[in-house]
Ligand binder design. Structure first.
Ligand code: UD1
Length: 417
């Protein structure tokens, strides 16, 4: 197990370039399975979750090579539409393979997916979507099997705008025999990026980014080349790192509009924000408490709730954070308390009474974004923190410690083997 050793009380200063988005890349990789041939994805981050997806797709018969940040994916020899249980358990995003494999082979078999320990994460909306477009989905011997002699297409109205279920439905519907309309669709930028790639493959998808997406099925798709959008969650994490350390950080290579909910909140608490076409500059010299509710895009992203909460532990006054997307997503709270934070959790709400300082401590990380929160708290705290279970952080942040060091952070990785 590796650890981060962080000496706190530093101000972060300088520029940092943001990588391509993990959450856009995963469905794009899955989408390449919709046809036979060589697709190329540029701007792919080097992360544990991406490697895991590579492993699963390789097992299905895909040949994947990486050249720098480019992935070359040859799906010519993919013949299996069955995903073994141990791989499904490793990563929830493997559920994205359901739509493309069903679309291409009209049959897919997989077990229930795993992923971060952030509460029950059912896949009922994925299943409902595939049923609506003509698949028969059954549950046998712990496996889910979906089949469709004909994928008719159809109307789907989600009870909740699930990102993954919207993306899965778009991929299967792209090669359906008829037309599909998805209502109450997720509006996340990653959904719009998937639409862009599918259309480059020859699909007919319109409306992604709004709550209604229309997909006219086409018989066959072709391989395509695409550059992944920047990672708004990674960008948000660096912006919050700049703010919590009262530093001056320019986050580059981003789409500022994707972070409007975040910059809006930061301005509300007294942090200075300037943005240009592809950058945001954050400067802080202290901040006030604020009330925040996580919401589907364009609301405040649940993936930045933990890093924001870490920052608000040092705010002047009280903050209230309500987590509406996931249950059980306050696992960072107990660890922050070890550093001197004053937080009370009641159901889906955390009440944070700002303290004047945090103190370094040995802490553990229980999921990816909670990991980012602990790193941010440690950068601002007095003294040294030892952060365990860094592998969670490596799922979603590439070389986080090196990039924080380039901004002046005192953080090193220590192996234990
Ligand atoms: C994606 C992101 C994740 C982010 C989340 C919400 C990827 C790889 N991951 O996850 O980082 O935190 O969006 O922005 O893109 N739900 C159901 N039934 C379903 C599907 C979802 O009840 O069939 C519930 C989930 O349990 C959760 C909520 O809907 O409470 C949101 O989930 P969803 O939008 O599907 O998130 P993911 O696509 O898994």
């Amino acid at each position: 197990m590796e650890q981060f050793i962080v000496k706190g009380e530093v101000q972060l200063n300088g520029n940092v370039k943001i990588n391509g988005a993990k959450n856009a890349t995963l469905p794009l990789m899955a989408a390449t399975l919709l046809c036979s041939g060589i697709s190329v994805l540029h701007g792919v981050p080097n992360l544990r979750d991406i490697l895991m997806m590579q492993d699963i797709m390789t097992l299905l018969g895909a040949k994947i090579t990486r050249e720098g940040t480019t992935l070359i994916i040859d799906t010519g020899n993919v013949s299996r539409a069955e995903i073994p249980e141990h791989l499904m358990r490793e990563m929830r995003a493997s559920v994205f393979l359901m739509g493309p494999l069903l679309g291409r082979f009209r049959k897919v078999r997989l077990s229930y997916p795993g992923g971060c320990a952030i509460g029950p994460r059912p896949i009922d909306l994925h299943i409902k979507a595939l049923e609506r477009i003509g698949a028969f989905v059954g549950d046998r011997f712990g496996y889910i099997q979906a089949e469709a002699a004909e994928l008719t297409g159809g109307e789907i109205c989600f009870d909740f705008p699930s990102v993954g279920a919207t993306e899965n439905a778009m991929m299967a519907a792209a090669v359906a025999d008829g037309t599909t309309i998805i209502r109450n669709a997720a509006r996340e930028p990653e959904v719009a990026d998937l639409e862009c790639f599918l259309n480059k493959m020859g699909a007919k998808v319109i409306g992604a980014g709004s709550d209604t997406i229309r997909i006219t099925g086409v018989g066959k798709l072709n391989p395509a080349e695409h550059t992944v959008i920047p990672d708004r969650i990674e960008a948000g994490t660096f912006i919050l790192a700049g703010a919590i350390t009262c530093g001056d950080v320019v986050v580059e290579n981003i789409v500022p509009e994707h972070l409007s909910a975040v910059t809006d909140k930061l301005q509300e608490v007294g942090v200075k924000i300037n943005s240009g076409l592809n950058y945001i500059r954050v400067r802080a010299g202290g901040f006030r408490g604020v009330d925040v509710k996580t919401l589907p895009y364009p609301g405040f992203p649940t993936d930045l709730q933990a890093p924001l909460l870490a920052m608000l532990t040092l705010a002047k006054g009280t903050s209230i954070i309500t987590e509406t997307i996931f249950e059980n997503r306050f696992k960072h709270v107990d660890e922050l308390a070890r550093m001197g934070a004053k937080i009370k959790v009641e159901g889906r709400t955390a009440i944070i009474r700002g303290v004047s300082k945090l103190t370094g401590a040995p802490v553990a990380v229980h999921d990816l974004r909670a990991g980012a929160a602990m790193v941010l708290a440690a950068l601002a705290a007095e003294g040294t923190s030892e952060i365990d279970n860094v592998f969670h952080i490596d799922r979603g942040y590439e070389a986080l410690e090196e990039r924080l060091r380039s901004l002046g952070g005192d953080i090193v990785r220590r192996g234990s083997n």
